[in-house]
Each structure stands twice: as C-alpha cells, then as structure tokens.
Design a protein around this ligand. Structure first.
Ligand SMILES: Cc1cc2nc3c(=O)[nH]c(=O)nc-3n(C[C@H](O)[C@H](O)[C@H](O)COP(=O)(O)OP(=O)(O)OC[C@H]3O[C@@H](n4cnc5c(N)ncnc54)[C@H](O)[C@@H]3O)c2cc1C
Length: 491
C-alpha cells in the first residue's frame, strides 16, 4: 500500500516541502472538480487552472511519480474515489491556502502539513501577546526578520516607505508602458479553452498568464528587467487605454505556487543591488509581496469564519448585472475597467480598489457579493486574499479592522489620477443634475449617509465634517438614489 500526497491547483511547486524528500513510490492525487469548473467563472481563470494543473501533472510524472489525475463531481468525491481505487496507507497534503478548504480536508482525515508557500509563520504570530497592529508595523518587522533592503538595522536609503514618491497620476500623454509578457498556447491549451468557452464569460487571454514553472520564471525575469524598474511612481494611476501600466502581473503565478514569494523578492533585491531597479520601485514592489500579500494571508488565518460576512455599513444591493456579465456601462471608468477584466481576467490594484470597490461601496453593494464575484472573475482570485482586500480595505465592511479609513473617492479623484473621465458623459466636478458624476454625488452622500458609523474614524473626520456642512446637502441626498441606479443598472 502506497502513501498518497494531494496537490491542489494553487500548490503547483516541486521546489517546496515535502517534494525534495518525497519517496518516489508516493502516489500524487490531483482532482479537477466539476463543481468548480461549472461555476460561471471567467474563461481565462478556469482555463489557466486546468492548463497549469495538467502541465504540473506531466512534470510530476516525468520525475518518476505515479499521478492519479481525475475529474470528479467535487474534491470530496474525488478523494473518496481515489481511496476506493488505491487504498493508500496515508493521505496527506500541504495545508490548503484557505481556512475553509483546510477544515474540509481535515474532517476527511487528511493529514495536513504546514503551508510552505509563504514567508510568515501564522502560528508564531498567533502565539504572541502583542501582534503587529498595522501593515506598516508588520512590513518593518518582515524587512528586519528577513533582512530585506536593510543596511545593518536601518532601512536602505534611510527610509522605510516611499509612498509619497509613488503617487503620481497618469502622465498627461497617457504614458508608454512595457508590453506584457506572454507565451503562445499549445494545442492542448487551445483544446481546454475550446471546451470551456461556451460555458464561461470573458475572453481567452490564457497566453498572458504563465501555465508552467518555466513560463513563471521567464515572466519573473522579464518583470524584473523591464517592468518593476518602472513600478512605483505611477502605481496609483490607471488608464482607459492600457490595462497593465507597470504592474508585474505576477499574482497568478505566485498564487498558484509556480513562483515562491521568496524567489520573487530575491530577484528584485538582486536587481536593486546591481543598480537596475531604483530604491523607491524596489521598496514599493517588495512591500506588496512581503507586506500586503503576507499580511492578508496572516489576517485570514487569525480571523474566524464570521469575518468574511462582516457588513457594518449594511450594504445590501446586488452586484451590478453589467459587472457579472462583463458588459458595457455608461460611466467610462466602469466601462474601461470591466472591459479590461473581460479581455484579460485581471485588473491592476487601483482599478480593483479605486474604481470597482469604490463604486460598489458608494452604491451600497453587498460586500460578500462583490467578494464572491471577484474570486471567480480574476485569474488570481482567492478567498483568502478577498477578506482583507474586499471586506476590509475595499468596502470598509469590517468597520476599520483592516484599514484605518474607507478607501472612497469621488469623480475628482478619478479624474486626477486617470484618464477615464476624458469623454465621459458624466462630469467629475458636478454633484447635482443630469450630468453629475455618480461617484461625486455618492462620495458626499456616503459621508452623510454613514455619518454615525464614521464618527470615530479619525482619518475621514475632516471630509465628514465638510460633507455635513455642505449647503447642497439635501440636494445631494435627493440625487443619490439616481446615482446608485446608474452604477447598479447603467441608467
Ligand atoms: C478589491 C481588491 C481585490 C483584490 N483581489 C485580489 C485577488 O483575488 N488575488 C490577489 O492575488 N490579489 C488581489 N488583490 C490585491 C492586488 O490588487 C493584486 O494582487 C494585484 O493587483 C496583482 O497585480 P500585480 O501582480 O501586478 O501586483 P504588483 O502591484 O506587481 O504587486 C506584486 C505582488 O504583490 C502581491 N500583492 C500586492 N498587493 C496585494 C494585496 N493588496 N493583497 C495581496 N497581495 C498583494 C501580489 O501577489 C502581487 O503579484 C485585490 C485587491 C483589491 C483592492
């Protein structure tokens, strides 16, 4: 009787434990879940996972392992079918990324090993009397502990954070951005896309995302050479005409396990040491990986299941149909962001945070509906990432447990940082009337509507006071239902 090691679609690495010491007579179990495949997720997302899993299974076989690769109604059904066919003496796996999946496998009697895909130790942090209270504290601790961009016990360049330098708007001419990495599809990958296409929304952009370890290393090398040196300055900008700007687009490869965050960080530090990446870009990028990414993962595991359905602002509107169907929208910012999503299965951070989550928050969209949709709409979507990003930062549904303020902005903010407003039928400077930008009306309405909930949020105190003192306060409140209709129903 052999032992069976289970590999999930986001654990596609032969470099991490226990692979280096795994006996060759271990059977590797990989399952394509019909339940997951049949959900109306973005075509590219589903194709990416199937292609990457199948490539990985071939690599594992080439190493001399037996792979039981099966399609089953659900993961649970797949495990039971494997047990009936193989009767393994031991069933084990690396801890699933998400709390929920971890519980499911544990109750099935699967032995769960520690998660080797991160740089932080959740249990060590859990055991502390005093845990880092903010991302900034956590990130400083990460830099010191992992000795990243440190000069002795001081941060490189004498500064922990270069956010102030990294807030430039889109250049007036739209800018020239490095073309994205891609790798053409194989015949097998074409077949996967063809099989899925009738059942899934969105376009085929599989070529833009790494499906193998080789692809992922190539994308990382390319990002370090051509893209990350330009990250930083314009990381808060966005463009109607360009879907990627200078974002690395490494999130799917890291989330699937094709790249380990450690090697991503080492590659960027090495390039910084050679003078190929400016400090502000290197620090800004590394903060995303060792800071934000690790922080949201740690928070996911420190919090219990109830956090995921937090809704302190009692936002109950459904997700706009045009978002779910990835169709058109009269607001040019939503039109642009949704069309980027439809084409590529991905939006960069500012499009997710300051356009989609912002519009959803201002319009009172149910944060759980937003979160569930994003998990399936994005090639890098995952429940563990959503909690802090959507329930916390994106929608303030946790009342400030993650961020210290709601990330909201009106049309003026969008107009300053992006070119979405150019040619839009709505005017970012107008609050009232038929051409008022719904984001502008709702920005002020949100501050008035949630006056009580925001009373103790110091970082928005001046804006809240200004909203309450507005002479056109009643007109804003009267216009708000129409603005919400425009966001939700496009009319
Ligand atoms: C509303 C909302 C939803 C999001 N949904 C997801 C998601 O489903 N999956 C996901 O991986 N990220 C998500 N993010 C975080 C972030 O937007 C993406 O990781 C990032 O846009 C990926 O692009 P990139 O690889 O070019 O990132 P870069 O800007 O190049 O950053 C480098 C890496 O850092 C990590 N990272 C950066 N910011 C975050 C963050 N806030 N949280 C976690 N990791 C981060 C990613 O792995 C990313 O690849 C979300 C953010 C928001 C505000």
């Amino acid at each position: 009787m052999s032992e069976t090691f289970i590999v999930l679609g986001d654990q596609l690495s032969l470099e991490v434990a226990p692979w280096p010491t795994l006996p060759r007579d271990t059977t590797i179990l990989m399952i394509e879940s019909e339940r997951l495949i049949s959900q109306p997720r973005h075509l590219t997302r589903v194709a990416l996972y199937l292609a990457a899993m199948r490539h990985f299974a071939h690599e594992v076989e080439a190493r001399g392992f037996t792979v039981d690769y099966r399609r089953a109604a659900t993961f649970t059904a797949g495990v039971h079918e494997h047990l009936a066919a193989y009767s393994p003496s031991r069933l084990f796996m690396n801890a699933p990324r998400g709390r929920r999946a971890g519980n499911v496998f544990a109750t099935m009697g699967v032995e769960i090993l520690p998660d080797p895909f991160y740089l932080s130790d959740v249990e060590e942090i859990r055991s502390r009397k005093k845990r880092p209270a903010t991302l900034e504290n956590f990130q400083r601790e990460q830099r010191q502990r992992l000795n990243i961009l440190m000069e002795g016990d001081r941060p490189a360049g004498g500064q922990w954070n270069f956010d102030v330098e990294n807030r430039e708007p889109l250049p007036r001419d739209g800018g020239a951005w490095p073309h994205p990495w891609l790798a053409p599809l194989t015949a097998d990958e074409e077949a996967i896309v063809a099989e899925l296409r009738p059942r899934h929304p969105g376009d085929d952009a599989l070529a833009f995302w790494p499906r193998t370890r080789e692809h992922a290393l190539d994308q990382l090398r390319d990002a370090v050479e051509r893209i990350i040196p330009r990250f930083g300055r314009h990381e808060d900008a966005a463009s109607y005409d360009n879907w990627h700007l200078a974002h690395s687009r490494l999130s799917p490869a890291i989330n699937m396990g094709l790249l380990h965050p450690r090697e991503v960080v080492h590659a960027v530090v090495a390039a910084y040491n050679e003078g190929a990446i400016p400090l502000a870009s290197a620090e800004g990028f590394i903060r995303q990986v060792t800071g934000w990414r690790e922080w949201v993962w740690v928070l996911h595991h420190l919090r219990d299941e109830s956090y995921a359905s937090s809704n302190v602002l009692r936002a109950t509107h459904p997700l706009p149909e045009s978002w779910r169907e990835m169709g058109s929208h009269p607001m040019r910012c939503l039109e642009g962001v949704i069309s980027h999503l439809r084409h590529y299965g991905w939006n960069h951070h500012i499009e997710r945070l300051m356009i989609l989550a912002n519009a959803a928050t201002l319009a009172g969209v149910d944060p759980v509906a937003l979160s569930d949709w994003m998990v399936g709409a994005y090639v890098d979507g995952a429940q563990w990432v959503m909690e802090a990003n959507v329930i916390g930062m994106g929608t303030f549904a946790d009342g400030g447990k993650t961020g210290t303020k709601p990330y909201i902005g009106g049309g003026n903010y969008v107009s300053k940082m992006t070119n979405y407003c150019d040619g839009c039928q709505f005017s970012p400077t107008e609050r009232i009337g038929p051409s008022a930008c719904p984001l502008t009306t709702l920005y002020w309405d949100f501050l008035i509507r949630h006056e009580a909930a925001l009373a103790t949020v110091n970082r928005v105190a001046p804006q809240r006071r200004a909203a309450l003192a507005r002479p056109d306060r009643d007109e804003i409140r009267a216009q708000a239902p129409h603005a919400i209709e425009v966001i939700l129903r496009g009319r």
